[in-house]
Each structure stands twice: as structure tokens, then as C-alpha cells.
Design a protein around this ligand. Structure first.
Ligand code: ATP
Ligand code: MG
Length: 363
């Protein structure tokens, strides 16, 4: 599955680039050996000339190498793709957005200059109270909405460019809160095939994609079942499979567990973890559950249409004041830590998960 995304293609390009370089260096070295042999045999009458050639050979060799690199870069590499290799897969800079309003009323900004970046393969959580702009931001990643000010690139493609819309949508999938709103067919396999079919994936490839996606979410064997006969957690996993079948690099989850019971939540979180750790997908998880966010590599806090804090879960959850300002409470483990601290018991390290809390208490 992963081999089909652009990042691996770029790796191949990088490999062939360096393979060519080393082959070239080898040829050049052989040429130099030839020159030296020639100096020793035919030009031995001119030892100073031979020494001069040997001395000059190193800088000449270096110059040719640099020139060759430049030529290769200039003519053969797709620089746009190469350029994003070390960049962010989501790069939002000061984006602003106001929903259209009824004529006469003042437009209210839902996003007031959001700057948020996500690296390839990262698991990022976005937290914030109701109406803070999380879903509005998520819809920008998928180009369901377009920034009115600022810039947003997704997998190196500018969302402002109409020509990039389908390219972005095929590489950045979205899973919403209510799976019922995403399920479009009465048979699971048809539902999962819907997205890739619309992207124009050939029919003979569809079967493989559906099987692969259902396996990834642990729903193999459910191909012929009716989605409306499944549990909430199972439906959500089918919705995720539908996105996976499109082979996205990024998956944005907008409160995917909000409507689920603890069992369903655990199932969906297991799937998200698997997709990030085993499949290498970049994950943006919007959630109200601090415990879910504590598993992320980075956490962003949004309040009133802007990012007010960011960092690792431990950093963000230890900024108690900023959390309170954003109308949020830290996860249970962190709260217990602060409560104990107030009572005079300092655990030392601030825990963000219950397991960490238990470890600290048992130390
Ligand atoms: N379709 C819409 N038309 C007009 N205003 C909207 C629309 N959708 C959202 N808004 C407004 O934009 C702001 C941000 O909403 P958004 O849905 O992004 O918040 P959120 O952080 O996702 O909230 P929640 O946690 O409740 O899902 C809110 O003030 C909301 O009222
Ligand atoms: Mg929302």
C-alpha cells in the first residue's frame, strides 16, 4: 500500500540519483588512473608536469562532480516533489476564514490566522472547545473550504490552486464524527470501493484495494454485510477503510469516536494507532478526549479561531493556565498529579497517561 504513494517514488529518485553519482565518480577515477599511468610511462621525462597533473586532478575532479550534480538536479529531478521531501505535509500559515453570512450582517472569522504544521508520518492531535474552529480548519486540509487569507499546502500542493483539488483529496482523506454520514452503499465492499472508484482506479485493482483496506481496519470477512447492521465502532472502521482504499498519505479524523461507546472508541483508536505506526500514515486527530490526544506526537490547542499552544502532550498538558484559558482540562492522570502536588506530594515527572501515573505512584 505504502509503495504506491509519492514519498516512496521520491526515495527511488533519490536512490537513482546517488547511484548515478557513484557510477560517475568511479568512471572519473578510472580516467585519472589512466592519466597517471600515461604520465609514468610516456611522460616520465617530465616529472614536474606529471606531479602538476596529479595535484590538479583533485580540484578538477571535485568541480566536475559539483557541476554534474547541478546538471542532474536541473534537468532530471522533479524539483517540486524533491522540495517537499524535507518539508511539512501540512503547512498552514496564518490562514483566515469567515463563513458566508446573511446579507447585511457582519462576517465573523471562524479562523483568525491559524499557523499549524505537520511532518510526514506524524500523529498530531488538535484540541479545543466547541466552536474554536477545529472542523473548519480540518475542512481546509481536504479543500472542502479554501483559506481567504494566508497559505496552506498539503503534500506540497497549494490548496489555493484549483488544479490541485483532486490531487489533494486523493492524498488527504477525511473521517467524520458520524459514520452514517459517510457510508453510501448497502454492502460493505461496495462502500469501501466507492472512493477509489470515483478517483478512476481500474476495476481489476479495486478488489485488491478493498481487501487490503478491510484487513488494515480488522474488518475482513464483513465484505458482504450491510453497513447499517453493524455496531457504531464497526461502521466507523468501515468508513476508515473507505478512506484507506484511496491510498491517502494523510488521514484527518474529526472526532471519530465522539458517537461511540468505550468499546467502539478503543477499536477506532487501535486502528488509528496501527495506521500511524505500521502503515506510516500521517494522522490529524481532532478530539475532545485528552486521553486520545496524549498518544499523539504533537498536540495543538485551538481557541477562538487560533492556535494558542502547541508541543508534545507532556509540554501542552503541563501548561495548566493555557489549557484553562482555552476552556480545557488536562487528562485525568495529569489532574491527579496536580491534585497530589497541591496536597504536598510531588511525583516528579508529570504523567499524561494512566499507565504513567501508576508507574510514578509505584516508584
Ligand atoms: N456552516 C457554517 N456556517 C456559518 N458558521 C459556521 C458554520 N460552521 C461553523 N460555523 C461557525 O464557525 C465557528 C467554528 O466552528 P467549528 O465547527 O469549526 O468549531 P469546532 O471547533 O469544530 O467545534 P466542535 O467542537 O463543536 O465541533 C463557530 O463559531 C461556528 O458557529
Ligand atoms: Mg467540529
Amino acid at each position: 500500500m505504502r509503495g504506491q504513494n509519492g514519498y516512496f517514488k521520491r526515495d527511488d529518485k533519490r536512490k537513482s540519483f546517488f547511484a548515478e553519482l557513484s557510477q560517475f565518480s568511479l568512471c572519473l577515477r578510472l580516467d585519472l588512473i589512466d592519466i597517471l599511468c600515461m604520465c609514468r610511462t610516456r611522460l616520465c621525462a617530465f616529472p614536474r608536469f606529471a606531479r602538476c597533473i596529479v595535484k590538479l586532478s583533485a580540484p578538477v575532479y571535485a568541480c566536475i562532480k559539483v557541476f554534474r550534480c547541478f546538471l542532474f538536479w536541473f534537468f532530471f529531478l522533479d524539483k517540486k516533489e524533491f522540495a517537499i521531501m524535507d518539508n511539512y505535509v501540512i503547512d498552514a500559515q496564518k490562514i483566515k476564514y469567515a463563513y458566508p453570512t446573511i446579507e447585511g450582517s457582519e462576517p465573523k472569522l471562524a479562523l483568525k490566522g491559524v499557523t499549524l504544521t505537520v511532518g510526514q508520518g506524524q500523529f498530531v492531535a488538535v484540541l479545543g472547545h466547541n466552536g474554536s474552529g477545529k472542523s473548519t480548519f480540518a475542512k481546509h486540509i481536504n479543500v472542502l473550504l479554501r483559506a481567504q487569507e494566508g497559505s496552506l499546502t498539503v503534500v506540497g500542493l497549494d490548496t489555493a490552486d484549483e488544479a490541485n483539488v483532486w490531487g489533494i483529496r486523493s492524498r488527504a482523506g477525511m473521517v467524520f464524527q458520524n459514520p452514517d454520514n459517510q457510508l453510501v452503499s448497502t454492502v460493505v465492499e461496495e462502500d469501501v470501493a466507492f472512493g477509489p472508484e470515483n478517483l478512476g482506479v481500474p476495476h481489476d485493482e479495486l478488489r485488491g484495494r478493498v481487501t487490503e483496506a478491510l484487513q488494515a481496519v480488522g474488518m475482513q470477512g464483513f465484505e458482504k454485510r450491510a453497513p447499517h447492521m453493524l455496531s457504531g465502532g464497526q461502521k466507523q472502521r468501515i468508513a476508515i477503510a473507505g478512506v484507506l482504499a484511496m491510498h491517502p498519505d494523510i488521514i484527518v479524523f474529526d472526532e471519530p469516536t465522539a458517537m461511540l461507546d468505550p468499546q467502539g472508541r478503543a477499536e477506532v483508536m487501535d486502528t488509528i494507532r496501527y495506521l500511524n505506526k505500521e502503515e506510516g500514515k500521517t494522522i490529524v486527530l481532532i478530539t475532545h478526549y485528552m486521553e486520545e490526544a496524549s498518544e499523539a506526537d504533537r498536540v495543538f490547542i485551538m481557541a477562538d479561531g487560533a492556535v494558542t499552544d502547541e508541543g508534545t502532550p507532556r509540554e501542552v498538558f503541563s501548561h495548566k493556565d493555557k489549557l484553562e484559558e482555552a476552556g480545557l482540562l488536562p487528562p485525568l492522570a495529569t489532574q491527579v498529579y496536580y491534585d497530589l502536588k497541591e496536597k504536598g506530594l510531588d511525583l516528579g515527572k508529570c504523567p499524561v497517561t494512566l499507565k504513567e501515573l501508576v508507574d510514578e505512584l509505584c516508584r
